[in-house]
Design a protein around this ligand. Structure first.
Ligand code: ADP
Ligand code: MG
Length: 142
């Protein structure tokens, strides 16, 4: 499905709809150039799960951890990776990447290409691109 978002708010709304399908154990990749709205989308997912922490791209530390709450009030971790600055897939073993992927947590990964290489499989992915003008973004959910 292809969405044409006209604002940051609309991008967050699209994210919230997709968040309904996520649950602990889900891993979602977010692909697309800088500024296409990946982090904004993560904010929308986190809003759906009532995250209280500030959601920002973890550019220097690779991963942020937030606490999400499901609709039954159960708490779980959301791990938000940004692998833009990662140089090689092997570095993921250094940070113990495998342990983040588990049935109790949702994992959201900006720039997931090296994670796919590391895991040896494709991750379910949302693709982001620029659209017309400053504020349009094209968001493709498969
Ligand atoms: N329709 C839109 N959806 C998402 N972000 C938008 C949109 N229009 C403008 N923007 C702006 O684009 C930037 C997207 O930044 P960000 O989400 O950090 O991108 P990324 O994580 O892909 O690098 C923000 O400054 C946001 O305000
Ligand atoms: Mg980002």
């Amino acid at each position: 499905m292809i969405f044409r978002s006209k604002s940051t708010e609309e991008t967050m709304m699209i994210a919230k709809e997709l968040a309904e399908e996520l649950k602990p154990g889900s891993v979602l990749g977010l692909k697309g150039n800088l500024g296409t709205g990946k982090t904004q989308f993560v904010k929308g997912i986190c809003k759906y799960f009532d995250v209280k922490e500030v959601v920002n791209s973890p550019t220097f530390i690779l991963v942020n951890e937030y606490t999400g709450t499901d609709n039954e009030g159960k708490k779980f971790s959301i791990y938000h990776f940004d692998l833009y600055r990662l140089n090689s897939a092997a570095e993921l073993s250094v940070i113990g990447f495998d342990e983040y992927i588990n049935k109790n947590s949702i994992v959201l990964i900006e720039w997931p290409e090296l994670a796919e290489e590391y895991l040896g499989r494709e991750i379910e992915t949302v693709r982001f691109d620029y659209g017309d003008g400053d504020e349009e973004r094209v968001i493709e959910v498969n």
